[in-house]
Design a protein around this ligand. Sequence first.
Ligand code: FAD
Length: 400
Amino acid sequence: MTNSTPRICVVGAGPAGLTCARVLQGNGIGVTVYDADDAVDSRDPGGTLDLHADSGQIALADAGLLDAFMAQARPEGQAKARRDHHGTVLAEFTPGPGDEAAPEIDRGRLRRLLFDHLRPGTVRWGHRLVRVTPLGRGGHRLEFEGGTTVEADLVIGADGAWSKVRPLVSDAAPQHLGVCFLDARFDEVDSRHPEVAGIVGDGHMFSNDNDGRAVILQRNGDGVVRGYIAFRAAPDWHVGAGVDLTDRESIRSHLAREFGHWSAAMRALIVRNDGDYVPRSFWALPAPLTWEHVPGVTLIGDAAHLMAPFGGHGANLAMLDGAELAHAVSRAAGLDEAVAQYESGMFARSGELAVSSNEALVRFFATTDEPDLPPDPEQEHRDYLARAEAYRQERARRAG
Ligand SMILES: Cc1cc2nc3c(=O)[nH]c(=O)nc-3n(C[C@H](O)[C@H](O)[C@H](O)COP(=O)(O)OP(=O)(O)OC[C@H]3O[C@@H](n4cnc5c(N)ncnc54)[C@H](O)[C@@H]3O)c2cc1C
């Protein structure tokens, strides 16, 4: 890059923003990250993530953190079981020894791992972006809650689903996918909830009936099981259902009625959780989403391609976006060329996966007598490894 001191601002310290910053710094390029959170661990970061060999792991290798990730990852967490709503196992997968195609890590650990490897002071916590104003010739002014402003030569929007940077490049907005869920967790699961531990096993447990209700639970680190009790509904479902979302027992009675036809063992997954339910919904951007290149600004991660999590691609693509953009910035003659290069690769990579992930969610929650069996995990793992190899070869070819 000819201008060796561009002012690069990343908005968002999620997987996308932190990976991008780490790879930029690894290439000797300065960057500042702004995040609305008060600290790296100031909120519950959510459940576990599997990082795929062909995307998240490539980004971690670029960040020099693949070994550190593997040291904390849970390969046994790749196990998967599909059950019907009576608890009958329909399909099962146990990873073989040495299978590292998509090991799991808790989001909080991943965030900490990336953050701890940035130069001190890189992330400015407590900075909620409210507006970005173009200044001409690719320059932008960022304004944060409280009135602080900074100017940048490149604004990288890594600020997730409800990105404040996105409107600079696209008027696309997330659309509700018609499915809501309640986040639930079980602590000290092996000793306090052995029946739940037995059903969930070492990895993921997916269960649905044939009328749009599902329970998806995953083993996290430290003896925790977390997951989602999901059903087709509009975001304000609780109003019509007369459910007080601040009252655990009100939610519980509603779920006990809604899932009354599930077996007693499976209902335990729905009503015996620890702590409060956290209501959430699935949203996605129109897919595939592209935009005309705008000088001085781009998007990575969910800000660019928020999709249904049915395929587990979101965080993986977010990290790969971050790494690829950082590489492009380090190699290209100027910021504009770098962003244009990154965007054409990112559009090609994410469009099809976003479409298929959103379709998978619709199928999973459809009313049907045919069980929607998941893709064969063994084949998926072979595919991750084959695509990782193809990706490395393509990169080597591009690097000459
Ligand atoms: C239920 C569920 C399960 C999922 N499971 C998986 C999975 O198994 N595998 C997988 O790969 N993906 C999964 N995903 C998707 C994954 O969570 C996202 O794709 C991923 O977190 C995107 O990373 P990101 O960095 O782009 O955005 P985020 O993780 O959303 O990070 C955005 C950051 O921006 C900050 N921010 C937001 N607004 C502002 C603002 N105005 N100013 C400053 N900072 C701001 C936030 O504080 C946050 O730190 C799942 C998603 C859901 C909802």
